[in-house]
Design a protein around this ligand. Structure first.
Ligand code: GDP
Length: 152
């Protein structure tokens, strides 16, 4: 069995147990990386991959291309490229649904108490964290930021 085969298999394996997240520029700027990672760990998620980086507006447009027709697309892509972010792949049983629960509603005003967005998000646009909305998107989004060699 080749090394490449094993790496490829690793990114596919247990796909439904993985999700992708970003700590967005507002939360990084506010000094909340540590607090949010603490909540992610306390929520039972294992970090599979993680990096601290700043994306260009073009990369944000590519990442969010499914939202290209939405009225807030320009605002969203400007915001997401306005400062550094933390990108990570997380692992846990039922990762996508459980992480969406942990982060709370898109609009922090509607997010439940104890969720990341309730605690750290200021508005519907600048809402502290991203969480994939399906297993398929978790796989696509994780692969946007990480090669198989960067996932453990
Ligand atoms: P999510 O899955 O909860 O992140 O929400 P969506 O997939 O609907 O939207 C993606 C991201 O676009 C959100 O997390 C927000 O950062 C942003 N967004 C959504 N709705 C709005 C809006 O009405 N105004 C602005 N400025 N940004 C929005």
């Amino acid at each position: 069995m080749s090394f490449v085969y094993l790496c490829t298999q690793n990114t596919q394996y247990n796909m439904s147990n993985r999700t992708f997240t970003m700590i967005k520029p507002d939360a990084v700027k506010a000094g909340n990386i540590g607090n949010i990672l603490q909540m992610i760990n306390a929520g039972g998620f294992r970090i599979v991959a993680m990096k601290y980086l700043k994306i260009s507006t073009e990369q944000a447009e590519k990442f969010y291309e499914v939202h290209a027709a939405r009225p807030f697309f320009g605002e969203l892509t400007q915001f997401m490229s306005s400062g550094p972010i933390v990108a990570a792949i997380l692992e846990k049983d039922n990762a996508v649904a459980d992480f969406r629960k942990l982060i709370g509603a898109t609009n922090p005003a509607q997010a439940e108490e104890g969720t990341i967005r309730k605690r750290y998000a200021a508005s519907i646009g600048e809402n502290a964290v991203h969480g994939s909305d399906s297993d398929e998107n978790a796989q696509i989004e994780g692969a946007f930021f990480f090669s198989g060699l960067e996932q453990f």
